[in-house]
Design a protein around this ligand. Structure first.
Ligand SMILES: C[S@@+](CC[C@H](N)C(=O)[O-])C[C@H]1O[C@@H](n2cnc3c(N)ncnc32)[C@H](O)[C@@H]1O
Length: 171
């Protein structure tokens, strides 16, 4: 996800990485010169991300924070990244999550989300998203620019799993 967006010049300005895990996307954004923040609910993940930032000499701010409480962050961003978070949010919390993401993006700012797709066979793992799951969560605050088939690379599936890459603009 990140490499293609970066090559297209889409990672810009103040960047927020939601559910950042150990921080690779936020770190990559900082290495492009962006002012990057990563949040995750896992203290362990945040500690690991902070260690990486120190080791690489990159000025990323990592915070332990619940992505369902983004209005409490008190900051707005130009670009928001979500690689593998939306698809773990409970279906009945998706609309509230999308409304929270809107509070963290300036008008005209972009949200990029890579999430597991209903095109992936099987029933294990995170929620499989239908296009309509995405469309019904990102409504009035949003213009959905595209929902495209993509691959989600994981260690057990290096060829990737079926995913959707969603691009949405904050109205
Ligand atoms: C599949 S991992 C993706 C990690 C990273 N974005 C990546 O691409 O490698 C999902 C991450 O979302 C975090 N997460 C799940 N629910 C969250 C929430 N409500 N608030 C913040 N982080 C959350 C998990 O702790 C985990 O690190």
């Amino acid at each position: 996800m990140f490499a293609a967006l970066a090559a297209a010049g889409d990672i810009r300005g103040r960047v927020l990485d939601l559910g950042c895990g150990t921080g690779e996307h936020a770190l990559a954004a900082a290495s492009l010169g962006c002012d990057a923040v990563g949040i995750d609910q896992s203290a362990q993940a945040i500690e690991a991300a902070e260690r990486k930032a120190r080791d690489r000499g990159l000025p990323v701010r990592f915070r332990r924070h619940d992505a369902l409480r983004l209005s409490e962050l008190g900051e707005t961003f130009d670009t928001v990244l979500d690689c593998g978070l939306f698809h773990v949010i409970a279906p009945d919390a998706r609309a509230a999550y999308a409304a929270g993401v809107a509070t963290a993006l300036r008008p005209g700012g972009r949200y990029y989300m890579l999430g597991f797709s209903d095109q992936q066979p099987g029933g294990w793992g995170p929620h499989r998203l239908a296009r309509t799951d995405i469309e019904s969560a990102f409504t009035s605050d949003w213009h959905i620019d595209s929902i495209e088939p993509a691959r989600l690379e994981t260690i057990p599936a290096p060829d990737g799993l079926a995913a959707w890459l969603t691009t949405a603009t904050r109205r």
